[in-house]
Ligand binder design. Structure first.
Ligand SMILES: Cc1cc2nc3c(=O)[nH]c(=O)nc-3n(C[C@H](O)[C@H](O)[C@H](O)COP(=O)(O)O)c2cc1C
Length: 163
């Protein structure tokens, strides 16, 4: 079974969870990086990122040298931006056709997942969604507890496939 964790992260929370999951299930990992990243660490990031997200922008992302469609099981991670998934993921969904994959979705958020799972599931029609989970700013709150929960969640997905 070929396993991939694909994610975008601006402030490191989604990256932290992704790396924990990839290590737990021995998956390859792909970080989506916009060619032009929004400015971090200032109040404008919420405004510019939120606007991109609401406008359904598809920012150009840096090329990557693996083929996501060659994997059977894919865990997809994103921060919640303006109640939905981050724009880099929108670009990814447009560029890469995923069909008949076993998929787990997770998000990191500052307050709640909003409608992110429904919105991602819509983008992922034609695949089987095996699990969905959200974490509240793990790096600020319950870092180690969230890492353990993420690993357990991912392990259960993989175990359900090998039965
Ligand atoms: C542009 C922007 C928009 C955001 N919108 C939301 C939101 O609608 N709901 C929410 O709960 N958190 C929101 N957040 C908070 C992030 O989802 C949260 O801090 C997340 O853990 C960040 O993940 P990251 O560190 O991987 O970038 C937003 C953050 C940014 C930068």
């Amino acid at each position: 079974m070929r396993k991939l964790v694909v994610y975008y992260s601006l402030d490191g929370n989604t990256k932290f969870i992704s790396e924990n999951i990839a290590q737990e299930i021995s998956a390859d990992i792909l970080e989506l990086k916009p060619v032009k990243e929004i400015t971090r660490n200032n109040f404008m990031k919420i405004f510019s990122g939120g606007k991109q997200s609401m406008m359904k922008a598809e920012p150009e992302i840096q090329p990557f040298d693996l083929d996501p469609s060659s994997y059977d099981t894919i865990i997809i991670g994103t921060p919640v931006w303006a109640w939905t998934f981050a724009p880099a993921l929108r670009t990814f969904f447009s560029k890469i056709e995923l069909k008949n994959k076993q998929i787990g979705i997770f998000c990191c958020h500052g307050g709640g997942p909003g409608k992110i799972f429904e919105k991602m599931e819509k983008k992922l029609e034609g695949n089987t969604i095996l699990g969905k989970i959200g974490f509240k700013d793990p790096l600020k709150h319950e870092k180690e507890k969230d890492a353990s929960e993420a690993k357990k969640w991912a392990r259960e997905i993989i175990d359900s496939l090998s039965q």
